[in-house]
Each structure stands twice: as structure tokens, then as C-alpha cells.
Write a protein that binds this ligand. Sequence first.
Ligand code: PNS
Length: 163
Amino acid sequence: MKTAIYPGSFDPTTNGHTDIITRASRFVDRLVVGVLENPSKTPVFSTEERVNQLKELTKDMPGVEVRSFSGLTVDFARSLGADLIIRGLRAVTDFEYEFQMALTNRNLADEIETLFIPTSAHCLYLSSSMVKEIALFGGNIDDKVPPIIKEALMDKYKNRRTK
Ligand code: PNS
């Protein structure tokens, strides 16, 4: 059985993330989406909120599970018996960071491979941080995030909007 993990912050999940999850889930038996619990960051959504959002978004995808993790990604992969880390690649600007991360993970655990999936064209310049900024200022994010994420963001920002 081929198990892969798809780790990330998912703060929040965008259409780019769901695109990668859908496509990655087609060529592994089990895809575990790992939501990083990072004590050094202050996310907009709590770990529990992000996990629940992803569970809702993937509930009809066979073989997809969602879990939170802390610590090293390779330890999370090992704990699940996964030997594949999935990462989405957008524009060339992602490359340096992703390459560094892949090589670091390989150095830490050489039995685990990183597999990059090129983003779909409509998600090329889509990022969670951009989505948050647009939502904060009341812009339209309909084509960038699933409806439940849009609703959750509007709810978070309703008292914080500056305009
Ligand atoms: O969605 P993101 O923020 O680009 O995901 C980054 C993530 C969670 C994959 C990365 O920060 C990570 O793997 N963090 C866990 C700590 C770790 O394993 N560090 C060593 C590899 S760089």
C-alpha cells in the first residue's frame, strides 16, 4: 500500500491545495494531509479549525485522511509508514524554498522522497497569505477558496476589516 503525506500550514486551504490533494490522491492508496501545528506562528485559524475544514473538504475523497502534526515532517511521515512527501509547485519563486526543504528532508530521512506536483494554471499565483489579505480588505475570493473557507474567513475578519 502506497502512503503519501501532504504537509502544510493550510491557513487557510485554497483551491490550489484542494487541486493538489485531488490529483495526488489518484496515484497513492492513502494520502494523509498533515496540518502543521507551529508554536512559533500565529495562524488565523487554529489547528483544530484547519483540520476540520480539510476534513469537510476531503470527505468524499477516497483514501484521504487529515491529521495535525508537530515537529519534523519526516517524523510525521515515518509514524504513518509513508515514504512519499507531496508538495505543490507554483511559479519559479517557489523553487528555491521547496528544493531546500526537499533536500533537507532527504538528508534527514533518505528513504523518503519528495514528489512535486505542478500547480494547475489557474492556481499559479494563488497563496494563503494573498487570500487572507484580499479577504481582510473585503475583496472577492470566490475563485480562490472553497465556499466553506470563504465563509470562515469572512467570519474571522468581520470585526477586523479596516475598510
Ligand atoms: O504550507 P507551508 O507553510 O509552505 O508548509 C511548510 C511545511 C509545513 C511543509 C514545512 O514548514 C515543514 O515541513 N515544517 C515542519 C518542520 C520540518 O520538518 N522542518 C525541516 C524541513 S524544512
